[in-house]
Design a protein around this ligand. Structure first.
Ligand code: AMP
Length: 434
């Protein structure tokens, strides 16, 4: 049967069975972020188009080709957010957060939207968890960001990550580097894809983002162009000092990192530090997360010069790896299933409602026979069954049965909680086994 409706291309449903891993990953992330003292911020899922055009750069791929734009009924030009940092900075300005404290440590988690070509690890709606430190230009902030970044991955099970790091310097340096890169690439212009040729005109740094294997070879120095010019060779003294301080800070923390001269990041607002982690086993969409310093961004939004540094991590890709590598623990074992008889049908919902304050409890909604109820209990993964036999109930008792062992005991009503605790905590030794 052809279905009339399907989830839009590039979007997915996260169903029970998969969602538990997401919940686990999100809970781990929250835990780490809170221990770092970061505070959550939630911003709208859509914003004015102008916000992203100003911050990401009108010429950026995301703004030009990938933004979900729409005009609302009030003729406002809006866009589904393609990333989180611009919104966080907008909120920071809008609510005068500068007056509440000099340094703000914030985090967010939620869906982002980009109209890319869907493939493994690339979706049109995807989730990011991100963090920002707004208010200090100190290299120590970059170091803390990268430590937090690594510790999030660590909490999800990714050990021994190497962070790729580079410095993009200040805008003037980037402009000089762009010229240098343009000149370096000029002799190979004919070998470049149409996309890269266009980037070469508008923003040559973007050519470094290419995924094309032939172009990557060229950039790797194998195409007769000689070695790729390095941006960090052009850094001004202060940016150089900043970069060295960040690297020294990472080394002091034992965080493995290596310089990647081709790392320029996709959005225009970065200054100085840029970093990423990749997992090559993901294929073409290998970036798990990345970030950097964006000292010019808040000013670009009309605020006072305010430095910031942050990152975002793609949860969809993280979850792909978590599943592949089996990082997530088994979901917690099931709860209690109440099995009712003819005379105790009305008791089951009452007892379930009371016990649900503490335990996970299920029961039959359809008045089926005992066998069907027992089957449902097993199928639903219950750990224990509570049998409400007519006679036992008359005597003020119920029968508890642990499904795995078959151990069974009759318990007075006022002893239920104690008995369940003992059973579900795994201490079954005191049970009478008939
Ligand atoms: P970016 O801001 O582009 O560096 O994105 C940060 C992270 O979000 C990337 O490293 C990816 O893990 C993830 N990401 C970006 N775009 C997508 C997408 N279309 N689908 C899934 N994940 C994405």
């Amino acid at each position: 049967m052809a279905l009339k409706h399907q989830a839009p291309r590039g979007t997915r449903d996260l169903l029970p069975g998969e969602i538990e891993r997401w919940q686990w990953a999100e809970a781990r992330a929250r835990d780490v972020l809170e221990h770092y003292g970061y505070r959550e911020i939630r911003t709208p899922i859509f914003e004015e188009v102008e916000l992203f055009a100003r911050t990401s750069g009108e010429a950026s791929e995301v703004v030009q080709k990938e933004m979900y734009r729409f005009t609302d009924l009030g003729e406002r030009e809006l866009a589904l957010r393609p990333e989180g940092t611009a919104s966080v900075c907008r909120a920071y300005l809008q609510h005068g957060m500068a007056s509440l404290g000099r340094i703000h440590r914030l985090w967010y988690l939620g869906p982002m939207f980009r109209y890319g070509r869907p493939q493994k690890g690339r979706y049109r709606q995807f989730w990011q968890v991100g963090a920002e430190i707004i208010g200090t230009p100190a290299p120590g902030a970059d170091v803390e960001m990268i430590a937090l970044f690594v510790d999030l991955f660590d909490a999800w099970g990714f050990k021994d990550l190497t962070v790729a790091i580079n410095s993009l310097g200040m805008p003037e340096t980037r402009a000089r580097y762009a010229e240098k890169l343009r000149a370096w690439l000029a002799p190979a212009r004919e070998q470049l894809s149409a996309d890269s040729r266009q980037r070469l005109e508008v923003n040559p740094l973007r050519v470094l983002d290419t995924k094309d294997p032939d172009e990557l070879k060229l950039l790797g120095g194998e195409g007769g162009l000689g070695p790729l010019p390095h941006l960090i060779d052009l850094l001004d003294a202060e940016s150089r000092e900043h970069f060295d301080a960040v690297r020294a800070g990472l080394t002091a923390l034992g965080i493995a990192h290596e310089i990647d001269h081709g790392l320029v990041r996709g959005l225009d607002y970065y200054t100085r530090t840029a970093f990423e982690v990749h997992d090559r086993s993901l294929g073409a969409q290998s970036a798990l997360g990345g970030g950097g310093r964006y000292d010019g961004l808040i000013e670009a939004l009309g605020g006072p010069p305010t430095p910031g540094v942050g990152f975002s991590i793609g949860l969809d890709r993280v979850l792909l790896m978590v599943e592949e590598k089996g990082f997530a623990p088994e979901p917690p074992a099931g709860g209690i299933y109440i099995v009712a008889m003819e005379g105790t049908r009305l008791v089951a919902p009452m007892l379930a409602r009371a016990l649900r304050q503490v335990y996970t409890v299920d029961y039959d909604l359809e008045g089926r026979g005992v066998n069907a109820q027992m089957k449902a209990a097993g199928k639903g993964g219950a750990r224990a069954v509570m049998l409400l036999g007519d006679d036992e109930w008359q005597r003020g008792e119920v029968v508890l049965k642990e499904l795995k062992t078959g151990a069974q005991q009759t318990v007075p009503l006022d002893g239920i909680v104690e008995a369940l605790d003992r059973m579900l905590m795994g201490t079954t030794s005191e049970m009478e086994i008939p």
